[in-house]
Design a protein around this ligand. Sequence first.
Ligand SMILES: Cc1ncc(C[n+]2csc(CCOP(=O)(O)OP(=O)(O)O)c2C)c(N)n1
Ligand SMILES: [Mg+2]
Length: 372
Amino acid sequence: MRTITHQSILAGGRYGELSIDDGEAQIAQSLYRFMLRLRMCEEALSREYHPADEMRCPVHFCIGQEAVPAALSALLTRDDYLFSHHRSHGYYLAKGAPLPAMFAELYGKETGANAGRAGSQDISYPSANFHSGAILAGATAIAVGAALGFQLRNERRVAVAGFGESATDEGVFWESVSYAALRKLPVVFVCENNNYSVFSPQLKRQARDNISERVATFGMKSLPLFGNDVMLVYRALRSAIADARDGRGPTFVEAYTYRWSGHYGPASDDLVRYRSVEELEAWKDNCPIGLLGAAMSARNLLSDEQKAALIKEIDVEIAEAFQFAKSSPFPRAGDWGTMNFSDSSPVADALLTVVDVRTFDAEQAIVQAKGY
Ligand SMILES: Cc1ncc(C[n+]2csc(CCOP(=O)(O)OP(=O)(O)O)c2C)c(N)n1
Ligand SMILES: [Mg+2]
């Protein structure tokens, strides 16, 4: 197994190994488009978040981490399941869920993906088999459960769990790996290792930075790679997903990457001084979109005109999504009882009757979303 760490990536400076093989022109173009669209969405949402303060849910932006979702978008079928964590937007779009419903969800609107009740970090789109959740490492265990279901029913479907390296601080992650390896389940674990859990680097939370090696000792294929080379990520996930689908068992892919934004919210949190300006700049030099774009230009796969046309097209789509979100109605308090998505849960029904909607609303102080 090749050794790769955050330190070794920084020591390597500007990455010069991204290659587009013969026959990969089309996939490179679609990966580029996905990453650019995701980046532009995140930047537009960041710009709108303050001072308007119309989005009132916490948002964890994934600027700089576009490669893994892009690769998944090209590889998963609608029938496959994708479970992700709080940094959810890239994964949501990877599953082909609609942009206007994502924006509306962030605005807390009735037309949002979850009728405005989940917000960014718990957003889901059940008809596309996409679910995210704020409980770290939850995605890993749930994906294993889904994969067990596919295996028992003899379905050629795959479950993917996407999460940050901090999920590996949790016991349930290792239990999930152990059971998936034992049962050779059709599941793929994708860890976006950006080194930080909020403000804590991995080596302040774990004695070693060798997650992939440890996973391999559980009897699972395990692959660490430079996660800003989207072509590498794409090839690794293509083979992992094919293995899972064809009964060759699970794979753990550890994609080393970096978030440019603060942990949450659009504002920089660098004043906490948990990471250096030089480190951030070094990773910006290795931007996943910039690296792919340069390789495509060198192969005449992306002209300035094509890029400008793409930006124009995405700008229009984003403007329409904002318009949709802002002009949509808020959910009505009187619909509280229908928030239960299951119609067969007597426990939830019983609990819901305890809540007096009017009292509940009256007791909610208006809390400004500022400070992050
Ligand atoms: C079980 C659990 N513990 C703690 C938290 C609080 N929390 C939210 S995000 C986060 C850091 C997550 O880091 P990582 O998994 O590496 O993802 P990243 O934010 O770096 O993308 C923590 C500790 C949580 N959501 N769930
Ligand atoms: Mg992290």
